[in-house]
Design a binder for this molecule. Sequence first.
Ligand code: GDP
Length: 610
Amino acid sequence: KLEQALAARDPKDLRSPICCILGHVDTGKTKILDNIRRTNVQDGEAGGITQQIGATYIPASAVETRTEELRKGRQFDLKLPGLLVIDTPGHESFSNLRSRGSGLCDIAILVIDLMHGLEQQTIESINLLKMRKTPFIIAMNKVDRLYKWQTVANSPIQDAMARQEEYVRKEFEDRYNQVALQLNEQGLNVALYWKNRDPRSFISIVPTSAITGEGIPDLLQLVVKLTQSLMAERLMFVNNLESTVLEVKQIEGLGTTIDVVLVNGMLREGDTIVVCGLGGPIVTTIRALLTPQPMREIRVKGQYVHHKELRAAMGVKIAAHNLESAVAGTQLYVVGPDDDVEDLKDAVMEDMQDIFSSVDKTGEGVCVQASTLGSLEALLEFLRSDAVQIAVSSINIGPINKKDIMRANAMIERGHRKFGVILAFDVPVTREAASLAEQMGVRIFTADIIYHLFDQFTAYLKTVKEEEQEAAKLTAVFPCVLKILPTCIFNQKDPIILGVEVMEGIAKVGTPICVPSRQGGVDLGRIASLEKEHKSVDIAKKGDTVAMKIESTKPEEASRSYERHFDHTDELVSRITRKSINVLKDMFRDELSKDDWRLVIKLKKVFKID
Ligand code: GDP
């Protein structure tokens, strides 16, 4: 049946693939999109390209026109009705095109700036594409920036390359090889698309210029060819509704509406639909199915065209009651004659429950908040990744309210100041919440680029650690064992000044010193200063010989003196306690070697700490 459908090229049997554009900021995603949408005629809607909600529809005929030169008279065996390109490039819309964690985007274009190579969001995008198992091709954009590039506007890329001077081609090759290597490091095999004989294992790269149009015909042709050859089955039109909420929007005169990508099936005015709401499932009736007014009919009254029914693939706006709390990035279901509404209500909430239950709410970690389920999922995935590994204690969707601050504050109250933090992706903070956060010392980091949250949080962790270390300096006791040099007794009594050799561990200014061999431990005071080779130092390590000044910190220590309370046959050691060990573990773990930790254990026995 599939073969037949393809052969007959019956647009009723195949739906248009959905294509997203991803990549780092400023690589040219928007410009590529503009270029793909551009029509030859000035008139806005010529060539059948139509503006939908959140997406642009490129009919097969427009693809054919655009790729004519590339085909040089050869026929393009085009079987798809067209291509639906999502209008807002980037993570957000890609993440929201989801159903139970798998992607609804059929194919993606990853844009890389030829001059910059892989950047942070490129890697994030690659990870997202891998996570959703979405096939993609790479546009290596801005070829026109190569030194002395000769513009051959809108031409196929190989023709344009052939017209360049040798050294331009050489520069391209060098840069291409560099980027290819970086992609290999991300575990991707890549090839220039005209050399790629195995598109299932190698990712095709198309050099492009979004400004002068070289390579754009190639990009379009490749998207269409790949989708129709590799995923014809996936693109069979079926009457089962497959649809996802991309955005929830307030529209004047319509109230809260949802922008939906209809991936498969049909939607009709009057249909009863079920969508996921923050507070529970929403059951409502489609009052209006809307698409934007075509450009040339801009003078027609009203912003939108109403439809009785619409067929996939489509970007549509749905107006209905009770959509205020709808969650973007979730499924939309239509209640059919044989459906049980209760089942659909459960189904619609499942997605959210899956994600919410994936976070261990009893644990310690930051609070995470995002505007949509899709971006929340992407953010959690990022925080979980090997390179990041930030623990999450709770999650939420929507604006940050007082309640969210209270949850973060609970972390502070439990003694985890560093987790008294909300990482907020693309959500507003209510004024009340902001002032409460200030009062409680909860930090809110907001960003609309995921890795910026990571950068902010890591910088914050560093300052928290420094502050805590500073505060803990007096309680943290580094372990040491000292041997007194009998010929170097400079002062016998408070302050005691001795020459010592560090036998084990680390002697640090501030460390309380004790003589364990006398009367169950005689405390002498704290190290006030250290001198090594006549220079003042903060720290002395195993093998160092230093002059050490010990000052009393308690009244009884003031009377301790050399010979009466201890002499050169006694070892001096750090006075550790249960508490000081804990502080050491919490704040200075990395500053102690394995041997140092062994010494801590030895001293624990000396002081009978269990
Ligand atoms: P986005 O952030 O990925 O959507 O990037 P934009 O499409 O907004 O482009 C960022 C900047 O790069 C803009 O100043 C564009 O004019 C420029 N740009 C995009 N594509 C190209 C290209 O192919 N060649 C050149 N020279 N500039 C480009």
